[in-house]
Design a protein around this ligand. Structure first.
Ligand code: ZN
Length: 447
């Protein structure tokens, strides 16, 4: 049922059945009325199928409608050039964008009422070689408003994080590439702190949504309010906890050290491929080993993978290619793995929702000593593996063994290849969690 192959994108015209029906309705009334009915039907389809984005891609013979569901693009209906252009024009008009054909990328915001509920949509238009491409981002705050126990953390990682939020002084850092769910985790940590008696202030760009009970400030570089400047000002507000949306340069890293030095708790996110690489990123921002060792309390590295749809997933075994891939990484092959199938419940994708895969590292004395001695990534990573800490790869394999996600998803996430052992794996003596051990997890079904 699911026709997904590496070369062919899944193609599911049924996802746009509302729009299809509206297209087939006999023309009645004005053209504008018809266009807004089509647009409404399209957004209803998108909301029903849990799409976060809707793209109208110009193709030689019209416009292809694509939905992004759980992070993956899925092709749906093909529109005629005339119908497609009418929808593009209507969206640009609602978002107050230039009516003519765009020569440079532009974006705006439009407000809709879909199924009797307000829906904010960010409308972006880009000129391409085949014509104007339209991208709609549906702003649905409920997708990111998760609490700490809904992220897919293992019970031990969950406990570690909760305790760190309650008693940490210094720095908690979240690392991962764009779209790895760092912001969702940061907000979940904030929600956790809302119930404590501490004063929490944030400086963000942008403020994605408002959390009651904390003070949030929006970065505004044009007015001189950068992350670094803003955080200095925040200290005057007498906070206990400061959250800076992103640590992006030497100036903001310097502020982070100053904040942590004053005995406050500092939270932020940055780009690094795993927990250990976060130390390298801080060094690259010009921080000294002694500053990092004295300040950094806990690092969370993460990625997002799609969760298998429990209505249609099918048990099976790993393919030859997957087995070879796991062997290259020096990982055991799970006895049983699961495959995505596809059913109406999951928009025929085989997946429903996403979950995080995590590496949570709270630095102990021995590890801060290693940082002080300027240990490189390789040394630190080997130390963590030898002391039995779970990597993102371990967490992912455990989720594969439990039928939460697939090996295919794990491969699609990419960037985990650096866990491959540089020395031959030492058989069963390696101190690590086994992928086949079934473990209970904290509310993994929150998709
Ligand atoms: Zn399904």
């Amino acid at each position: 049922m699911n026709s997904q192959t590496p070369l062919e994108r899944p193609h599911q015209p049924l996802l746009c059945r509302g729009l299809e029906q509206a297209l087939q309705a006999p023309p009645a009334g004005e053209e504008n009325t018809r266009t807004s009915a089509l647009l409404n039907a399209l957004l209803e389809d998108a909301l029903r199928e849990r799409a976060s984005d809707v793209h109208l891609d110009p193709a030689g013979d019209g416009f292809r409608i694509r939905f992004r569901i759980d992070g993956a693009m899925i092709d749906t209906l093909q529109l005629s050039p005339a119908e497609g252009q009418r929808l593009v024009r209507a969206c640009k008009n609602l978002a107050a964008l230039e009516p003519g054909v765009a020569r440079v990328p532009g974006d705006g915001r439009a407000e809709f009422r879909v199924s009797d509920r307000p829906l904010g949509v960010r409308v972006a238009v880009t000129p391409t070689v085949s014509g104007e491409k339209l991208a709609l981002r549906l702003l649905r705050a409920e997708l990111t408003r998760l609490s700490l126990n809904q992220l897919g953390l293992s019970p031990s990682d969950y406990d570690l994080l909760r305790r760190a939020v309650q008693d940490a002084r210094g720095m908690i850092l979240l690392s991962g590439p764009t779209g790895s769910g760092k912001t969702t985790t940061l907000y979940a940590l904030l929600h956790e702190m809302r119930h404590t008696s501490r004063s929490v202030v944030t400086i963000e760009d942008p403020v994605e949504y408002v959390v009651p009970g904390i003070t949030q400030i929006q970065v505004n570089p044009k007015q001189g309010l950068t992350f670094a400047e803003g955080a200095k000002g925040l200290l005057r507000l007498d906070p206990d906890v400061i959250l800076m949306g992103e640590m992006r340069d030497a100036a903001s890293a310097r502020v982070a050290i100053d904040v942590a030095d004053t005995g406050l708790l500092y939270l932020s996110s940055l780009h690094a491929r795993d927990a250990v690489a976060t130390i390298t990123a801080l060094r690259n921002f010009g921080l000294q080993d002694f500053e990092i060792a004295a300040s950094v309390d806990l690092i969370v590295a993460q990625r997002l993978v799609r969760r298998l749809c429990v209505k249609c997933r099918r048990a099976g075994s790993a393919t030859t290619e997957e087995v070879q891939w796991l062997e290259r990484l020096g990982q055991p092959v799970p006895a049983e793995t699961w495959q995505a199938v596809g059913c109406p419940q999951c928009s025929m994708t085989g997946y429903y929702g996403r979950t995080g895969i995590f590496e949570v590292w709270r630095l102990n004395e021995e590890e801060t000593d290693l940082v002080l001695q300027h240990a490189d990534e390789h040394t630190l990573r080997r130390h963590l593996r030898r002391s039995g800490r779970a990597s993102m790869l371990d967490d992912d394999l455990a989720k594969v063994a439990e039928g939460i996600t697939t090996l295919a998803e794990m491969q699609a996430v990419g960037g985990l290849g650096f866990y491959a052992p540089s020395e031959p794996p030492r058989g069963t003596a390696r101190p690590r969690r086994t992928a086949t051990a079934a473990r209970s997890r904290v509310r993994p079904g929150a998709g």
